[in-house]
Structure formats: C-alpha cells, structure tokens
Design a protein around this ligand. Structure first.
Ligand code: ARG
Length: 357
C-alpha cells in the first residue's frame, strides 16, 4: 500500500491525466503479476522471478551506460519489481488495463518505482554518462614523458596517470587506462573510453568533437635538433625535414612551415631516433617531453625553446565526450580540490620537477 500511496504523493501536484496514466500503470502491473502467478502456479514463483529480474537490473545498470541497451533491460526488470509490490498489496485481481501498457511505461522509466530503483545504481553510470558505472576509463598514449610513459611493469605511468587517478579517487571512481595511438584518442571517447588524458592541447578543431576540462598545464612546442645544428630561428626551419608525432600540435605546426618535408611518426621517440640517426633535421614536440629526450641523449641532441620560433602558448586539458557537462563539472571540481590542497604541486614536483607557472 505504501508503494501506491507513494505514487499518488509523487504525482499529487500534477494534472489529472498523469494520475490516470499512473493508475493504469499500477493496474497493468497487477495484471502482469496475475499472469505471472498463473504461469508459475504460485505467487512465490512470481516473486522470486521478480527478485531475480531485480538483481539483473542492478547488474545491468552497474555495467552499462545510461543510453545503452542495458537501460531497457533494467526498465523491464523494474516492471517486475513493480508487479511484485502490487501483488503483495493483494490488488492483482482488479487489473483491467493491458499489460503492454505497463511494459511501455516501465521501459520509458515513468513509474516511481523505476525511478527509485534506478537512483542508486545509476548515480555514477547514468549521471556522469560513464561507459561503466563506477569506473572512469581514460585513454592515453604512453609515449610522452613525463606526462605518460611505460612504467617498469609495462603499465602507463607519469604525471597525467597520477593526476587522473587522483581525480577518479575524488569522484569515487575506479580509474582504468586504455593505451592507444595519440591520433585515436578523440575518436575513442564515448565508445572505448570516457575521457582522454594525454598532454592534450586544447584546440578549436578538437573542441568541435570533444569538450575539455579546465586546463591543468601550460605548454609550448620546442624544437629538437642535432647538438651541432645551426637551426635557431623560424626561418632556419624552412625547407627542412621535420619530424613530429602524428596528429599532434607539433605536426600541425610542422605542416605549415614553408617548403617543409614533414615526417610523421606514431611516437615522438621514433622521430627522435631518426633525428639522432641523421635522417631528419629537427623534431617539433612539446617542451617537457623535448627536455626529457634531450636529457636522455645530451651528446647528440639539444632542445630549443619554441618562443624563439614564434610558437603559440598551449595548454593541456582532459578531453571528454561532447555534451557531457556532468563529467566535465565533476572532473573540474576534483581538479580544483587537487589544486587547493597542494596535491597538484606535489605531483608536478614528483613527475615534472619544475614549478608550474
Ligand atoms: N600537446 C600535443 C597535442 O595535443 C601533443 C600531445 C601528445 N601526447 C601524447 N601522449 N603522445 O597535440
């Protein structure tokens, strides 16, 4: 009875037509349970069937994104829950409406019971629009030290990895990392991943396909050249063979240089190796990775500040599925906390080893 009272209470402020619909939903639910009980031979069977369906609903909701097929399943199971409750109230024999209607209503998530059952399980999966409830799947390309690189155990490590785990922890989400080519990160958002964190520069082009969190790091491109190279200005780059990582801002800049012979690599390190082997004249890559590569091969290459080449300042942010403002808000709130309590500076110190300006 409580359930029915709750339903009326829920709609008491609305129009009569809503009440009518609701009554027919409840009646339909009763009818459905009558049928179930009839088939199973006892209400006990109907109840346990409904219980099983409810369990499935939880699993489906936990494992599926809000818009996925899982929701339809959960809706159907919620209908069974509603039926069970109605049966307990002894109203089964008064059913008159078609059970089809109940199915439709439950699928549309219109019943109070469906809303209530969905609330807890979809709090994370539904509200944040995640692919899997309680889990933040972040894409990266772990070939960009110090932001992301392969750790000794083969798993991605680095500043971005530590940052996204911290963000996940603050949001009460488990974080899992999906490694892929940098070029594939944006397309993967919404199907394979929930976001991308990869030292990714915010650009207008990218903004057409994804939304970005607040920026978390300032960057600029640098130019890596052989230690004895005479390249020093933007003019010197004209007509040169210039390497960069495919799909990066470095590659966009390289492509614009007059008379350039651009070479794109899946990894910046592959470009660096070609630079060391004398196959190319320069590599354009973000400042911090450039510094890491230069310090790895100090006898062979040096890193030149991008400002001297007129490169524009850039900033890194986390890319999120376009339109998912809830996830953007959640990530930004976590980022803010991480800044405010000093964790951000600690991570910068630990992984980047320089003060963030
Ligand atoms: N900041 C540059 C960009 O957004 C390069 C990022 C490369 N990141 C990586 N994980 N490989 O285009």
């Amino acid at each position: 009875m409580l359930f029915i009272w709750g339903c009326f209470k829920a709609v008491s402020g609305r129009e009569n037509i809503m009440k009518k619909e609701l009554v027919s939903v409840i009646l339909s639910a009763c009818m459905a349970v009558t049928l179930l009980a009839g088939c199973g031979g006892s209400t006990g069977t109907a109840s346990s069937a409904a219980g099983g369906a409810a369990d499935n609903a939880g699993a489906a909701a936990a494992g599926a994104a809000a818009e996925s097929a899982g929701e339809a399943e959960a809706g159907a199971a919620d209908e069974a829950v509603a039926s069970e409750t109605a049966a307990d109230e002894g109203g089964a024999d008064s059913a008159e409406a078609e059970s089809k209607e109940a199915t439709e209503a439950a699928e549309e998530g219109e019943s109070a019971e469906a809303a209530e059952a969905g609330a807890a399980s979809s709090a994370e999966a539904g509200d944040l629009g995640l692919l899997e409830g309680g889990k933040l799947i972040a894409g990266t390309n772990a070939a960009f030290p110090p932001f992301e690189y392969q750790g000794d155990d083969g798993n991605p490590e680095g500043f971005d990895m530590a940052l996204i785990k911290e963000i996940g922890a603050r949001m009460g989400l488990e974080v899992s990392i999906e490694e892929m080519e940098f070029d594939a990160l944006i397309a993967a958002i919404g199907t394979k991943t929930d976001c991308a964190i990869a030292g990714m520069t915010v650009t207008d082009e990218r903004k057409q396909n994804v939304d970005f969190s607040d920026s978390y790091y300032d960057a600029v491109q640098s130019v890596l050249v052989p230690i004895d190279s005479e390249i020093a200005t933007a003019d010197d780059l004209k007509g040169k063979i210039i390497g960069s990582q495919l799909g990066t801002t470095g590659s966009f800049i390289a492509a614009e240089i007059e008379g350039v012979d651009p070479r794109e690599y899946n990894k910046a390190l592959d470009a660096v190796n070609d630079l060391i082997n004398g196959r190319i004249d320069a590599v354009i890559v973000d400042r911090n990775p450039a510094a890491v590569f230069a310090s790895k091969y100090p006898e062979q290459i040096k890193s030149l500040e991008g400002a001297g080449f007129g490169f524009e300042p850039e900033s890194y942010a986390i890319a999120i599925k376009k339109g998912n403002s809830k996830l953007v808000e959640g990530v930004n709130a976590a980022l803010k906390e991480i800044h405010e309590d000093g964790t951000f500076d600690k991570l910068v110190e630990e992984y980047i080893g320089e003060a963030e300006e």
